[in-house]
Ligand binder design. Structure first.
Ligand code: ADP
Ligand code: MG
Length: 722
């Protein structure tokens, strides 16, 4: 044991694991969680960069439960805060929150509880944390740790800058002896340093988890006949949960309506809807009643749905942070998922205009332009897309990821010098005075008014590129821009202009390689018909979810804070029939076991009992015996009824007893017999073979009693060992 700077004993490894199992029901830490917890417990500052769904909360919640004093958590959204508070409460943790939606009385109640020293975690909105008198109030308490969640909000380089966050450094300065942990899923290398600087973190260690999501297949396609492509895609992912991200509220509504009319089970979601409508849509999606949602980026924060199988970006997002966070909502259960991005030059121009027209200051705009540029590079990239993202986040890498379209189906480059010459020469002949679309119209020989009025139908390259489709021209010109042969003049209406390299292609025989973008369809097969076993397992899942929905309704909390889908999947996979089986399930902690164990076992047991269709369900035979036992039948009656031997019935009862089920074993074997069996078992070097134990007995005992006694002996022995 070591002593940390805050005078708190750093507990042993075992304590960490005990809390992990008791509160969360987990048996192991993910990636760097354990290291981070140790670092925090040692009283040091840290910045945690971990992808969405990576498990950041545990990095401060677990230390909070080990520290003697209070952990203050700053969280920017009331919804996020409420979810975490409710989830912790359900796991038996003393936790409270301060935010602007509370009245004075509620606040005073929380203050009283805090002064009483009962609370382990306090969630606070940044506005509240900065309000006058708050630091003074905190000084009356014993503070062990500050956690700043969604810390990218502190940086102008981040994705969602909030001035209130910057003022948090006042807290850092006032509580210089208390460790700070800042956490975010979205921070490139520049933002990381800025967060540390803005929050005045003291020699922080930066823990960067890998951002690679190996189970997500990424693909980007030019937005040609987008609706048709989406509809085709949706037919292939029938029944699988997903999200279609749109750029505007109006687009979510329009698209959802059109898809619903085409027979898809979908709805829309955006921040302009009433709180009730938003809640309903989110919940129906969560409960698998709606297959997919057409949404703005307002949809996503706080969604803990583990079985989202695909994400579509119907238009290009404004930066890679947003894009990556949104696709990160898919495949949280670790099973394969798909992210499909549609991009177009029109999206780019529109996003660019949004920045131009925003009220932000110039510095902020410069950052936003740069981010948009990176997003466009990602969308139009010909190389590994994962690397583009990872390099962006400062995780430098150059090996192919093997889970993006460009890795799985590398675009083939070809000599396209003549095509390039046509484009470059058209730019010059148009006097560098046209934007992308008009340039392409000229190349393709369009007689539309704008072309004729400018006299562009008279120039030499007019119609020189008829044989190439509009979208392909866009792709080629984008590549020419990325290669430096052309440039876009943002200061002059996005007109395409020449560069010093242009003449090398036109006059100096420099060859140009371009790639054709044919898209890889990563979803190749329609889902196979489900096997009977899978259908039945779906039924069990459904039963568990119905139970959860009802409980959530009674408690007025979101379903996913009670149990995540992942935990139910673990239950469905293992089908625990007894208490001791259930507590082994990943995600079942001690407090939840106490509260909900009975209900869950009853559902699983009921399900198994009704499954005569499946043979050899593990544990079914025990359960059948158990059901008759609970009805009051004697072992011989059970044996007769089931057509099995009485010895087998006893062995079932011994098994159930060993698994902590309330079987009154002492009806069938007394303490005297147990003592004798214990003696023999010890003499026989604790072997479990009944015949060997029988040989060591001083006087004979019936076999079935030896079995029952042995169950008692072993259980008592185990409990003594603990
Ligand atoms: P983040 O804040 O990084 O987006 P969360 O802290 O909300 O992620 O965790 C995401 C999910 O991962 C939650 O459902 C959480 O219970 C689960 N999780 C976290 N740590 C572990 C772990 N060690 N083992 C299993 N599941 C975990
Ligand atoms: Mg989080």
């Amino acid at each position: 044991m070591t002593k940390s700077k805050c005078g708190i004993k750093v507990t042993t490894e075992q304590h960490k694991y005990t809390i992990l199992k008791d509160i969360w029901g987990f048996t192991s830490f993910r990636s760097q969680q354990s290291e981070i917890v140790d670092h925090v417990l040692h009283g040091k500052d840290s910045l945690i960069i971990m992808p969405t769904g990576g498990g950041k909360s545990l990095c401060f919640q677990l230390p909070a439960l080990i520290f003697k004093g209070l952990t203050v958590v700053i969280s920017p959204l009331i919804a996020l805060m409420n979810d975490q508070v409710t989830a912790l409460k359900l796991s038996g943790v003393k936790v409270a929150a301060f935010h602007s939606n509370m009245n004075r009385n509620e606040q005073m109640d929380v203050e009283r509880e805090l002064l009483g020293g009962q609370i382990k975690l306090l969630y606070v909105s940044p506005e509240r944390a900065n309000s006058s008198g708050f630091p003074e109030f905190l000084h009356k308490l014993n503070i062990s740790l500050f956690a700043i969640d969604e810390a990218h909000c502190v940086s102008i380089w981040g994705n969602d800058f909030r001035p209130d966050y910057v003022m948090l450094n006042v807290l850092r300065d006032k509580f210089s002896h208390v460790p700070f942990i800042a956490l975010t899923a979205t921070a490139d290398a520049a933002t990381q340093l800025d967060i540390c600087r803005q929050l005045h973190l003291k020699n922080p260690e930066i823990f960067v988890s890998s951002f690679e999501r190996k189970n997500i297949f990424t693909e980007a396609r030019p937005a040609e006949q987008k609706y048709k492509q989406v509809a085709e895609f949706l037919h292939k992912v029938k029944g699988q949960s997903g999200i279609i991200y749109c750029l505007s509220r109006k687009e979510t509504e329009k698209l959802s309506l059109k898809l619903a009319q085409a027979g898809f089970n979908c709805d829309f979601y955006h921040a302009g809807m009433s709180a009730d409508d938003r809640k309903r849509v989110q919940k129906d999606f969560q409960d698998d009643k709606i297959q997919f949602i057409c949404a703005t980026i307002a949809f996503g924060m706080g969604i803990d749905k583990s079985n989202i199988r695909w994400i579509i970006h119907y238009s290009m997002p404004k930066n890679l942070e947003g894009y990556y966070q949104e696709i990160g909502r898919a495949g949280r259960d670790g099973s394969p998922a798909k992210a499909l991005l549609f991009y177009s030059w029109g999206d780019y121009i529109m996003l660019k205009r949004f920045i131009d027209e925003s009220q932000a200051n110039e510095e902020f705009k410069t950052v936003q332009y740069a981010k948009l540029e990176r997003m466009w590079e990602f969308a139009s990239a010909n190389e590994c897309r994962t690397n583009v993202v990872l390099n962006y986040f400062g995780e430098f890498r150059n090996e192919p990821c093997r889970h993006c379209d460009n890795c799985l189906n590398p675009p083939k480059s070809k000599d396209a010098t003549i095509t390039a010459q046509k484009a470059l020469s058209a730019v010059i002949r148009c006097n560098e005075n046209v934007g992308m679309n008009l340039l392409i119209d000229v190349l393709r020989g369009s007689f539309r008014a704008e072309v004729r009025e400018a006299g562009l139908d008279k120039i030499k390259t007019f119609g020189a590129g008829k044989d190439i489709s509009f979208i392909n021209w866009k792709i080629y010109i984008t590549q020419l821009i990325n290669k430096g042969f052309l440039r876009i003049d943002y200061t002059d209406g996005f007109k395409i202009k020449s560069t010093p390299l242009t003449r090398t292609v036109l006059f100096e025989d420099v060859k140009v390689q371009l790639v054709d973008l044919t898209y890889t369809d990563l979803v190749t097969e329609a889902p196979k018909p489900k096997q009977k076993k899978v259908i039945l397992e779906d039924e069990l899942m459904q039963k568990l979810k119905e139970w959860r929905t009802e409980l959530a309704r009674q408690k007025q909390v979101p379903s996913y804070v009670i149990f995540s889908d992942k935990v139910f999947e673990n239950i469905v996979a293992t089908k625990p029939l007894t208490r001791s089986d259930l507590i082994q399930v990943e995600g079942i902690g001690t407090v939840k076991m106490q509260h909900y164990g009975e209900d869950i076992l009853a559902i699983v047991q009921g399900y198994i009992s009704s499954q005569d269709l499946i043979k050899n369900v593990q544990g079914k035979t025990y359960l059948d015996t158990y059901q008759l036992y609970k009805q009051g039948l004697s072992p011989s009656d059970i044996a007769q009824k089931r057509g099995i031997s009485e010895t087998t019935v006893y062995s079932h009862l011994a098994y159930l007893y060993a698994k902590d089920e309330p079987v009154d074993i002492f009806q069938f074997v007394n303490e005297n017999e147990i003592a004798k069996v214990k003696n023999a078992w010890q003499k026989a070097n604790k072997v479990m073979t009944l015949s060997v134990i029988a040989e060591h007995l001083i006087s004979p005992i019936e076999f079935h009693k030896i079995r029952l006694a042995l169950a008692v002996v072993v259980k008592r022995n185990m409990n003594n060992d603990l």
